[in-house]
Design a protein around this ligand. Structure first.
Ligand code: SF4
Ligand code: SF4
Length: 440
């Protein structure tokens, strides 16, 4: 055990807590079918990286922790929590739930690192502070960035190398969406529907154009919108790092802000937020007060990804295709959270196939993970890059003008991978392309 390790839970306590997942571990028959779909194993070919290997590790966790607690944490961190193994498991083992639970136990045992503690407990819960950082970084970014790929308009930030390697980013926003719009409360129009809009941290602070496109889609379809000015993160970064305390605090803050509002659906353009709200908030609902649990159950039924909302609820109509002779080729990347967690894959394709001026082309391995996985790209940068290269090769193999996605985290990874290879492919959210088709 190195000096960084800080025990918060004793080993006997931990062993007792582990018994809670014993029956779920026993569901694994060690068939190894998860190997074929695991993006991490696909690169490393190491048994320890696939879910079967991790399950074996967890079966002997108490012993392994005594041997090398930090090593156990590192092995569990080499996972994108993409759910590919879960959706391909013949025994129906909920690997994602098992790994989340294990990360929580291990964080309780080892403690949380200083950087994560600061971000999760002091920055994420304070949207005002986040907006200040966005405004500050956006204003002074020109002093810290270097042009990376001219045709894609991306930059490298050498100052971020210790955390993010040589990633390529789009320019930072100078004002967050929530700082620009403040509180929103508009009445339902011709649709008779009102939504609570949950933009998500990346569309709020980085890809502001996605949040703006969502607002345009609501407005043009006569959908009323409610957005309290200060929604906080959905909590997924905290949960995947095992910091359940701050995850719960963020959920409680969001529940408080949404409590008195009346809305038919809660809609987000971020697949990760929707899956976190529908799956993770709901999974841990019994740890909240009775009122909060009821609210979580209600939101669970109302939370929707924006592409599913446009197709399944609004049943939007598309302008019939004109006589364009020169259509732009668009392909689509399935976010793991959208397809594997929420089962949504037809709706975004339906939109793209019906937009005039676009020719939809399916890429190979469209639903293979892009290697993003939130903080995975920061903690496992080399692996994330290797996984992302395979996705980039699939994208460029069909020579598209645009690659569309419905998850801003995937968009960051796609943009980085394409830009680093000197490609020139636009990376767009499906709702942006839809909003473009609506005119002014
Ligand atoms: S596919 Fe499922 S049952 Fe088979 S080894 Fe992987 S987790 Fe276990
Ligand atoms: S969740 Fe994804 S990365 Fe993690 S073990 Fe399963 S397939 Fe591999």
């Amino acid at each position: 055990m190195n000096g960084k390790t800080k025990k918060r839970t004793s080993l006997p306590q931990l062993t007792k807590q582990l018994m809670a997942i014993d029956d779920r571990l026993a569901g694994c028959m060690h068939c190894g079918l998860c190997q074929a779909v695991c993006p991490v194993y696909g690169v490393t070919l190491k048994e320890a990286d696939v879910s079967r290997g991790k399950i074996v590790l967890l079966e002997n966790l108490a012993y392994e922790l005594l041997k090398d607690a930090d090593g156990v944490g590192e092995k569990l961190d080499r996972c994108l929590l993409c759910g590919s193994c879960r959706s391909n498991c013949p025994s129906g083992v909920d690997t994602v739930e098992i790994f989340l639970h294990a990360r929580r136990l291990i964080t309780d045992y080892r403690g949380l690192g200083k950087i994560k503690k600061t971000v999760f407990r002091f920055i994420l819960p304070h949207p005002g502070l986040m907006s200040f950082f966005v405004a500050f970084s956006g204003r002074f970014q020109r002093f810290f960035r270097r042009k990376a790929n001219k045709s894609m308009g991306t930059f490298e930030f050498p100052i971020l190398r210790p955390f993010a390697g040589k990633r390529h980013f789009q320019p930072l926003a100078t004002k967050s969406f929530s700082a620009e719009y403040g509180k929103i409360n508009t009445s339902a129009g011709k649709s008779g529907i009102k939504v609570a809009f949950f933009p998500g941290c990346v569309p709020d602070k980085l890809f502001v154009r996605i949040a703006q496109a969502s607002m345009k889609a609501f407005e043009k379809n006569g959908v009323g919108v409610f957005m309290p000015g200060s929604l906080v993160c959905c909590g997924i970064p905290n949960l995947v790092s095992g910091d359940y305390v701050s995850f719960k605090r963020l959920v409680k803050t969001n529940l408080g802000l949404l409590k008195k509002a009346e809305f038919d659906y809660l809609v987000s353009p971020c697949a990760t937020c929707v899956s976190s709200i529908k799956e993770n908030w709901f999974r841990y609902r019994d740890d909240f007060t009775d009122d909060e649990r009821r609210q979580i159950e209600e939101i669970h039924g109302k939370a929707m990804d924006i592409t599913a909302f446009l197709i399944d609820v609004l049943n939007v109509e598309f302008k019939t295709s004109g006589s364009e002779t020169c259509k732009r080729r668009v392909t689509y990347h399935d976010s793991c959270h959208l397809k594997k967690t929420l089962g949504i894959y037809a709706q975004p394709r339906n939109i793209l196939k019906n937009l005039s001026g676009l020719e939809f082309v399916e890429m190979p391995e469209a639903d293979r993970c892009c290697g993003s996985g939130g903080s995975f790209t920061l903690t496992q940068h080399k692996l994330a890059n290797q996984i992302g290269q395979r996705k980039r090769n699939c994208v460029v193999s069909i020579n598209p003008d645009i690659v569309a996605a419905a998850c801003p985290a995937c968009m960051l990874q796609l943009m980085d991978m394409l830009s680093q290879n000197g490609d020139s492919v636009e990376v767009k959210h499906v709702v942006e392309l839809y909003a473009d088709s609506l005119g002014r």
